[in-house]
Design a protein around this ligand. Structure first.
Ligand code: SF4
Length: 361
């Protein structure tokens, strides 16, 4: 398949590995931001093929993993209401809240449905005018255009029995927060190619300049990731800190302007809590005042739900690059993909699930 097979080419991968090996002269810590990249790295054993001086740490770019427990409990409270049809992408259904998950609500009689697009949820709302239909809008900038389009269509078509529980998060503020931490270990980033497809990469330039970190926009196939690492290592070794684009077949500097315009029409930035890590200013999207009548949080008046994370789960440290999954006491014991204690074990993009599924014990 064009644009896929050549980025899985073992000969090209070996050339890049040789380039990385001859370029590296000292220790470097590089963070891949996106959970999809983490999954590809562990699945293909890329971290084990690199020179020992290169350490890859796994970033907070898994939307399921960083959705706060309070938000999941809100989803569960809404989904339990008899008048509600609650819709979500499949990966959120198994994420445990403080007491149960959406599958348990469904087995208890709740009308919980998996959809492949928020537009499917809007169709369900159109077909069920006497029910309240709610979509769980989780994700990074990548999925924000689609959720924005759905709210925009609900507004245009005057579908008032539709609302959305919005938990969108944004990558640049999270990178800034990581770099500002006194505990930061990250010296270069592989930025998430799909996020940059939507938003472009201009917003990363001030981060690279201020914190003196190379940022390489990187794709998701093994050759993409190796090339991204090679570009980052070259910058580190040469003392450069610039934004470079490895994923040129998809990402443009300015991103997708129509998608950005739609996002800014429907959403505004807001402070957002990231599970296990903390609150970052202006790190998420919320519905703008014109569209706030579609905000499920306000429609169902859930108040302020506060819950504690399981104390044994160190996923917050993992998502900051400070620990690895197998350093968790519960990894593979009480916490497995079949019985997850934390979100990084639930999501297929989560670092703990990747380590477990590819036998990194
Ligand atoms: S193995 Fe489980 S408990 Fe440990 S950090 Fe990962 S998700 Fe949390």
């Amino acid at each position: 398949m064009k644009y896929l097979e050549e980025f899985r080419d073992p000969v090209m991968a070996q050339k890049l590995l040789a380039g990385i090996a001859t370029t590296t002269t000292r220790k470097w810590v590089i963070m891949e931001v996106c959970g999809g990249q983490t999954h590809a790295i562990i699945k293909n054993g890329i971290d084990q093929l690199l020179p020992r001086q290169i350490e890859l740490v796994h970033g907070p770019g898994c939307p399921v993993c960083v959705t706060p427990l309070e938000m999941i409990d809100k989803a569960l409270a809404i989904a339990s209401r008899p008048e509600v049809i609650f819709t979500s992408f499949g990966d959120m259904l198994r994420v445990p809240g403080s007491k149960q998950d959406l599958f348990m609500v469904k087995s208890g009689g709740g009308d919980v449905r998996m959809v492949y697009s928020p537009l499917d949820a809007l169709k369900i709302a159109r077909e069920n005018p006497d029910r309240q239909v709610v979509f769980f809008g989780v994700g990074f900038e990548t999925t924000a255009p689609l959720t924005a389009m759905t709210v925009w269509q609900a507004y245009q078509q005057k579908i008032d029995n539709f609302s959305m529980l919005v938990s969108h998060v944004l990558v640049p503020p999270a990178m800034t927060a990581l770099l500002s931490s006194p505990e930061n270990r990250v010296q270069a980033f592989l930025a998430a190619g799909h996020v940059c497809t939507v938003m472009g990469w201009e917003e990363y330039v001030p981060i690279a300049e201020k914190y003196k970190v190379p940022i390489v926009v990187t794709g998701f196939e093994p050759v993409d990731i190796l090339e991204g690492i090679f570009m980052a290592v070259q910058q580190l070794e040469q003392g450069r800190a610039e934004v470079e684009n490895q994923y040129t077949r998809v990402v443009k500097r300015e991103g997708n302007r129509p998608a950005q315009e739609l996002i800014s029409k429907v959403f505004q930035t807001t402070d957002r809590k990231w599970r296990g890590i903390g609150s970052f200013p202006q790190s998420g999207f919320a519905l703008s005042p014109e569209f706030e009548k579609y905000d499920a949080d306000k429609r169902f008046d859930l108040g302020d739900i506060r819950v504690e994370e399981p104390p044994e789960c160190i996923s917050g440290l993992i998502l900051q690059g400070l620990k690895k999954p197998h350093e968790c006491e519960e990894f593979g014991k009480r916490c497995t993909p079949q019985s997850p204690l934390g979100a990084t074990m639930v999501s297929s993009e989560g670092a703990c699930a990747a380590y477990y599924n590819y036998h990194r014990r």
